[in-house]
Write a new protein. Structure first.
Length: 146
């Protein structure tokens, strides 16, 4: 935790107890949480924290390129603290998001007429499917996980 705090202090990021709780929640988190997921989690220990604090902290981290903002549906943004190049697979039933660490750059070559107009600097692929848990639930005819 001390290393995490030192890292953000070195970068001039103002640290409050609430911001430290957000950073701690995100550190190593692979669940791609939305702002309200983080809010619900840290509110347990910081009952006076506001949703605005969480949202504004995430926006500040995004602006500093410390987290990636992922838009799966346009009503809910998710945040990914893993900035290594990767893609995502999303369950269409429960919206679970998982990382896919595979390089598809060869398969995603831009057509030459577009390459003349744009220089691609990155790519990102979203795969959609049904997670194992939802597949089992669906086969059993019960309510899907969420």
């Amino acid at each position: 935790m001390k290393e995490l705090i030192a890292k953000y202090r070195e970068k001039g990021f103002k640290l409050t107890p609430q911001r430290i709780a957000i950073l701690k929640f995100l550190d190593g988190n692979t669940s791609h949480p939305a702002a309200n997921d983080i809010y619900r989690n840290i509110k347990k220990d910081y009952p006076t924290v506001s949703f605005a604090t969480v949202y504004n902290t995430l926006q500040a981290l995004r602006d500093r390129r410390e987290v990636a903002e992922i838009t799966i549906d346009f009503q809910k943004k998710h945040y990914d603290p893993d900035l290594r190049p990767h893609h995502h697979i999303i369950c269409t039933e429960c919206n679970k998001i998982a990382d896919v660490f595979q390089d598809y750059s060869e398969a995603l070559r831009l057509p030459y007429h577009i390459k003349d107009e744009f220089q691609a600097t990155a790519n990102h692929v979203n795969f959609y499917g049904i997670c194992k848990k939802c597949q089992k639930i669906k086969k059993g005819g019960t309510k899907l996980c969420a």
